[in-house]
Write a protein that binds this ligand. Structure first.
Ligand SMILES: [Zn+2]
Ligand SMILES: [Zn+2]
Length: 242
């Protein structure tokens, strides 16, 4: 029955490319041209922040210079895409263009990027949005990504695990110290969810990772709530200046 409904839906709404809207053979994907133009991250990456690195993976932990200098407060991190070109357009559409349906295929790409990080009994939680922004945008794009990841992986997704106590300004262009100051005490664990973290691994999910400051603030409150290992996963990450 479900299959018949799906077939019927496919006839009414044939699968279209997320990037350009052209008809495609596969549902929830990209046409060949858009796929080639979308900067998926593959190959060797920094184990901590997921940035692409030169060289080949040799089975040992490998980290970029920034993560070696200032280790982030999590065990490992990955991103599916570089925040550039088509990827940037897709994320802006998900974030501001009122296209929540993009979260589903995006979450599949993220699951692929994070396959080494996922482990049983892990809790998946999105980076929270302040309620005033939620009101304006209608949905938290990171929460949508986290929910689809939870559905696809069978892991618990707790969309309100973290809450933003106050609105914080945009962090772009701020120094590391300014970012830390802005985020200080801005994020906390939902009081009713504190118990849930005890000794469990957590996967923090965000749409875009820039400096990692927001994810770090989220990771620290999870540490304080006695979470076990903390991992981070972003749909895209901003490439570092070479
Ligand atoms: Zn396309
Ligand atoms: Zn790194």
């Amino acid at each position: 029955m479900a299959r018949r409904i799906q077939t019927a839906l496919a006839l009414i709404y044939p699968p279209r490319c997320m990037g350009c809207g052209a008809l495609t053979a596969s549902d929830f994907g990209l046409c060949g041209a858009c796929w080639r133009e979308t900067p998926f991250i593959g190959g060797t990456v920094c184990d901590s922040c997921g940035v692409p690195l030169m060289g080949t993976q040799d089975g040992y932990r490998i980290e970029c210079d920034d993560c070696l200098k200032a280790p982030p407060p999590w065990k490992a991190g990955r991103s599916a895409l570089l925040y550039d070109g088509k990827a940037r357009a897709l994320i802006l559409a998900l974030k501001h263009g009122d296209r929540p349906e993009l979260a589903r295929p995006a979450a599949r790409w993220m699951a692929q990027a994070a396959h080494e990080l996922l482990r049983p009994d892990m809790v998946i939680a999105p980076v929270p949005l302040h309620w005033s922004r939620l009101l304006k945008r209608r949905y938290n794009q990171s929460a949508l990504l986290a929910q689809h990841l939870g559905q696809d992986s069978g892991l618990d997704c707790v969309p309100d695990l973290l809450v933003r106590k106050r609105r914080t300004p945009v962090l772009d262009g701020k120094t590391a110290q300014e970012r830390a100051e802005i985020l200080k005490d801005a994020i906390r664990i939902h009081p009713r969810r504190v118990q849930l973290l005890n000794d469990r691994d957590v996967l923090l999910v965000d749409d875009v990772m820039t400096s990692g400051a927001t994810l770090a603030a989220c990771a620290r409150v999870c540490q304080d709530a006695r979470a076990n290992h903390i991992f981070v996963l972003a749909l895209a990450r901003v490439a570092k200046d070479a």
